[in-house]
Design a protein around this ligand. Structure first.
Ligand code: IPM
Ligand code: MG
Length: 392
């Protein structure tokens, strides 16, 4: 087991800057497998840049997880990794999985580490914001008039459903059979729906609850429970949608959606589809919330074929770091600065391979990170100068 404690780079002139935090916030980094380490490196640099500019520091601890956990410790979620996560202020994860571990039994694969971590931390809400960036309008597979106002928050239930129901297999009379049980309790549905309503109240007050209530009993409970909860949120317009229809509506008319709330598996599937509408799955961050520290991760996988080639898109990871700053650390100004810096890099035409455009300049993951961090530094400096000029 390798645990590495890295301090944030000291600020250029720490004494001259205002200290914002009493003791450094503990951030656990779980780079994981495939392109995970490459994109997490860039995202960790984003946090370091904010710390350096703000005159504070983060206490980073990098831990083995997923396939890397199996290699280091024989299991995808080593005890020490879980202990560090439980003790963290926030967790930044890369991605897990790869061909090297595909022959292992389901419960011992890297993905089992991710599910185990979500379960152990009680992470029952997963928020996946999907928004079209003006600079990337050209790469949406949709016609411009359909794509232009995509701004959706997918609230995915993360600790229940078919992912965590009974799994089994048997062979009877030479015939193989396997099953995975979708199960939900009303309180499990209520707590995630409650969050979706609250998000919608802060946005344009529309919730689409996605299920398959025409076929599945668990979906019928989902629909009844969400409907009951809606009475407590009279300002929110609730709509129910079957998942097959939702998949179609996302493609035909994505701007009809504000907040989508759905089960673990439907959320997994719909969020990949929605990501493609705004250009690439590499662009989308996520936040997982529960009873303890929150976890931030891009929604993409470990992309083993891209690993080690410096071609991965770090944007999902960068934006996950921005969500971490905003939601776990209350650093909204810094989070907004990351967003501004990202737009500037994209406006200047820099692109990783997945979001390449003929007119753009193709660069690698690390270079994208350097450019982003340089823009972020400049943005934070500008903001700080404007704050001083304004007497703040
Ligand atoms: C995701 C991923 C995971 C999931 C896998 C890697 C287990 O696809 O976070 O969307 O299915 O939840
Ligand atoms: Mg997925």
């Amino acid at each position: 087991m390798i645990a590495q404690t890295i301090s944030a780079r000291p600020s250029a002139a720490p004494s001259a800057k205002k200290k914002r935090t009493a003791s450094p916030k503990k951030i656990v980094l779980l780079p994981g497998d495939g392109i995970g380490p490459e994109v997490t490196r860039v995202a960790a640099d984003v946090l370091r840049t904010c710390a350096a500019e703000g005159g504070y520091s983060f206490d980073f601890t990098e831990m083995p997880f997923g396939g890397a956990g199996i290699e280091a410790d024989g299991e995808p979620l080593p005890q020490a990794t879980l202990a560090a996560c439980l003790d963290a202020d926030a967790i930044l994860l890369g991605a897990v999985g790869g061909p090297r571990w595909e022959s292992r039994p389901q419960g011992q694969r890297p993905e089992a580490g991710l599910l185990g971590l979500r379960k152990s931390l009680g992470l029952y809400i997963n928020l996946r914001p999907v928004r079209l960036r003006t600079a990337l309008a050209g790469i949406s597979p949709l016609r411009p008039e359909r794509a232009k106002s995509i701004d959706i928050e997918i609230v995915r239930e993360l600790a229940g459903g078919i992912y965590f129901g009974e799994h089994g297999q048997e062979t009877v009379d030479g015939v193989e059979r396997a099953w995975d049980v979708e199960t939900y309790t009303a309180p499990e549905i209520e707590r995630v729906a409650q969050y979706a309503f609250a998000r919608a109240e802060a946005r344009t007050q529309r919730v689409a609850s996605v299920d398959k209530a025409n076929v599945l009993t668990s979906s019928a409970l989902w629909r009844r429970t969400v409907t009951r909860l809606a009475a407590r949120h009279p300002d929110v317009k609730l709509e129910h949608m079957y998942v097959d229809n939702a998949a179609m509506q996302l493609v035909l008319n994505p701007s009809q959606f504000d907040v989508i709330v759905t089960s673990n598996m439907f959320g997994d599937i719909l969020s990949d589809g929605a990501a493609a509408l705004v250009g690439s799955i590499g662009l989308i961050p996520s936040m997982s919330l529960g009873f303890g520290p929150s976890l931030y991760e891009p929604i993409h996988g470990s992309a083993p074929t891209l690993a080690g080639k410096d071609v991965a898109c770090p944007v999902g990871s960068i934006l996950s770091a921005a969500m971490l700053l905003n939601e776990s650390l209350g650093l909204a100004v810094e989070a907004a600065a990351v967003d501004t810096a990202l737009d500037r890099v994209l406006e200047r035409g820099f692109r990783t391979a997945d979001i390449a455009e003929p007119s753009g300049q193709l660069i690698g993951c690390a270079r994208f990170g350097e450019l982003l961090n340089a823009e972020l530094r400049a943005t934070l400096k500008r903001q700080s100068a404007a704050g001083k000029a304004g007497g703040a």
